[in-house]
Design a protein around this ligand. Structure first.
Ligand code: NAP
Length: 287
């Protein structure tokens, strides 16, 4: 068996087009859609990501402001900037770029982001609201996973889903969104004994560990749908996921790294920003 490829390119293009249309409508109504990114790091991957996001925003007609506070910014300074942007009327979406300097976690700092502008679902209030079924922006990567599955016609209701990873930015919100779609969800992490025993029960396996080659053919039930969220940089600068090459011979469908969840995540963020600008209640169900 060679797994069907769950590519993100066409979906990302469609989301970018929807975002551009929403921007046109906003502009016609006198609103310039604005996204602010607050960063306090010299991390090269973060810088690359911010450049890529600002480029995509510009192409969609979204004005993007990057507040680069420097790697020595204090937690107080970062929180104050997030609070300032939250209070102002000019900016509709706010993203706190990770990593953040030592001394505070991203979750602590993101509490200063107004949930109505929290387009990347970083404020713990957003995850809490999502958990109890209230409207909220979910983290974009988590939304991208479910969007990708929907786009490729993968049924979720009643299916057994296993998520590898329990972070607040990927694992937990993905699990929450899958639960919201009536999947039966198990979350695994580094202390899960017999990982392969659990993951091989999945109809839909989402892996977000950041461990290249973690998921082998033995971790996958024949015919299962596998979504690789992991991104790790390898020696030659290339990007690899968590899923080993042999999985393609076992899985029924597989989203690749690169080219799967990543482009959908960026495009989703643009669309979420237009949703925030439209003053619609934040919704974890943008689909
Ligand atoms: P993270 O905070 O480091 O979390 C990784 C999770 O994986 C943790 O819950 C960890 O378990 C678990 N884990 C690590 N090794 C494991 C193992 N051997 N077996 C089972 N579980 C294991 O990372 P993250 O921020 O969630 O990101 C996860 C991956 O997604 C990274 O590669 C990141 O680069 C990628 N990512 C991709 C996108 C995208 O748009 N494509 C966006 C964001 C992140 P413990 O909790 O027990 O430590």
């Amino acid at each position: 068996m060679t797994a069907r490829r769950l590519a993100g390119k066409d979906l990302a293009a469609s989301l970018r087009a929807q975002a551009a249309d929403a921007v046109t409508t906003a502009v016609a109504g006198g609103t310039t859609v604005r996204l602010a990114i607050v960063m306090a790091t010299q991390d090269q991957s973060a810088a690359w990501y911010v450049r890529s996001l600002t480029g995509a925003a510009a192409r969609a007609g979204i004005e993007c402001e990057v507040a680069d506070l420097g790697a020595s910014a204090t937690p107080g300074r970062i929180a104050a900037e997030l609070a300032r942007l939250s209070a102002g009327a000019a900016v509709h979406g706010i993203i706190l770029q990770t990593p953040v300097p030592a001394g505070a976690t991203a979750a602590e700092l993101a509490q200063a982001i107004d949930p109505a502008k929290d387009v990347d679902g970083a404020n713990p209030v957003s995850l809490g609201r999502l958990t109890v079924g209230l409207p909220a922006f979910a983290p974009a990567t988590a939304e991208a996973v479910v969007r990708l599955l929907d786009f490729h016609g993968v049924e979720l209701s009643g299916r057994r889903a296993v998520v590898v990873g329990r972070s607040a930015v990927v694992g937990k919100p993905v699990a929450q969104l899958l639960l919201g779609r009536d999947a039966t969800v198990t979350i695994c992490h580094s202390r899960t004994p017999d990982l392969a025993g659990v993951t091989s029960e999945a109809d839909v396996l989402v892996t977000a560990a950041g461990r290249p080659g973690l998921i082998t053919a033995a971790h996958v039930r024949p015919g299962a749908v596998v979504v690789d969220v992991g991104t790790s940089t390898v020696g030659d600068g290339g990007l690899v996921g968590d899923v080993g090459a042999a999985v393609t011979e076992v899985a029924g469908a597989l989203s690749p790294v690169p080219g799967g969840v990543g482009p959908v995540t960026t495009a989703h963020l643009l669309l979420a920003t237009t949703v925030a600008a439209a003053g619609q209640p934040a919704t974890g169900k943008l689909r």
